[in-house]
Design a protein around this ligand. Structure first.
Ligand SMILES: Nc1ncnc2c1ncn2[C@@H]1O[C@H](COP(=O)(O)OP(=O)(O)O)[C@@H](O)[C@H]1O
Ligand SMILES: [Mg+2]
Length: 325
């Protein structure tokens, strides 16, 4: 388990990480989501034991990271964001070196190096100096080094950055396979990644935790949640009037009309589901429903709301905000 409490990191007067608390259990793939400069890397570096917090506590499997960084690091694999590697080493040479640093020698070292090379599809470039590798391969070497001791906790800072779509897909599958046995925490600013691989997402903005939940839960906050698009065989004006009279419908827009066919957009009140009511109404009027689409809500919308309202609305010290009591 990872437990983070009141974590703060100040660089001069600025707080890059500002009082973040959370805990994560085994089997979770936690997506750390936020715009550039939100504080993702700083938080991950502190958890990984490479950066001292200004305040707060971090425990990994019960070990205080700040007090016992070396013991804690045995439990963690860390893939940093900018791929720091020893360029002149070959892939095998580098991974052997990392294995030795982790305390593996002889046959065990060879076994672990071979295993992570295979997992990360590096076997074909094993004898190449790292400096000759493309960005995608370098990212995979970096991932391989984080896996060499098969740690229960994996911290991946923008792991898919620089990978092509196929490589991204492979990495996502790898994460999915490892997930049940580990805690995997990854940072990203790619929303579809969170939806594809994370069981939990935390949105961070300006060093603060703004939202925490499953991707599905977060999407429910979206303004377009339960927006209903309906295609009916009915005259446009009559249809608009009838559907607008449903109590949970806040507004109706005619999107398209062609002869008897009308496409309407129904906006719900308080994100209430509208499909059943709309179907019942159509049936009672003998209007055939030929198409229907319910908007599940969109993570990018929630992300934008959470990460931009702040910049626009947060008052400066001493400044009054209209309408705020
Ligand atoms: N070593 C440092 N010295 C001063 N400021 C830093 C340092 N590292 C990060 N920052 C600042 O902290 C903020 C958060 O950075 P970072 O954690 O890298 O964000 P993210 O990974 O979410 O893009 C940024 O404003 C960044 O400029
Ligand atoms: Mg970063």
């Amino acid at each position: 388990m990872i437990a983070v409490e009141g974590l703060v990191k100040a660089f001069g007067p600025r707080r890059a990480v500002d009082d973040i608390s959370f805990s994560v259990d085994k089997g979770t793939v936690l997506g750390f989501l936020g715009p550039n400069g939100a504080g993702k890397t700083t938080t991950i570096r502190m958890i990984a034991g490479y950066l001292a917090p200004t305040a707060g506590r971090i425990q990994v499997e019960g070990i205080e990271v700040t007090q016992n960084p070396v013991r804690a690091q045995r439990l963690m694999g860390y893939m940093p964001e900018n791929t720091p590697l020893y360029d002149e080493m070959t892939v095998t040479g580098f991974l052997r070196f990392v294995a030795e640093v982790r305390g593996f020698w002889g046959r065990e070292r060879g076994r672990r190096v071979d295993e992570v090379m295979e997992m990360c599809m590096l076997t074909g470039v094993r004898h190449q100096p790292i400096e000759t590798l493309s960005k995608g391969y370098r990212r995979r070497v970096c991932l391989a080094q984080s896996l060499i001791h098969d740690p229960p906790v994996l911290l991946l800072d923008e792991p898919t950055e620089g990978l092509d779509p196929n490589q991204k897909q492979v990495l996502r599958e790898m994460i999915g396979q490892m997930a049940p046995h580990k805690i995997i925490m990854l940072s990203t600013h790619i929303l579809e990644e969170v939806e594809a691989i994370c069981s939990r997402a935390m949105i961070i903005s300006e060093g603060r935790l703004k939202a925490d939940g499953s991707p599905a839960e977060l999407k429910q906050r979206s303004a377009s949640r339960n927006l209903l698009t309906l295609e009916v065989l009915a005259p446009a004006a009559a249809a608009r009037e009838a559907f607008a009279a449903i109590p949970d419908v806040a507004a109706v827009t005619v999107v398209e009309k062609a002869g008897e066919r009308t496409v309407l957009r129904l906006e719900p009140r308080d994100k209430q589901p509208l499909a059943v009511g709309a179907m019942e109404l159509a049936a009672s009027r003998n209007w055939m429903v030929v198409g229907m689409q319910v908007d599940p809500g969109r993570l990018d919308e929630v992300f934008r709301e959470i990460t931009t309202t702040d910049d626009v609305q947060r008052p400066k010290a001493g400044e009054a905000v209209k309408g705020e009591v």
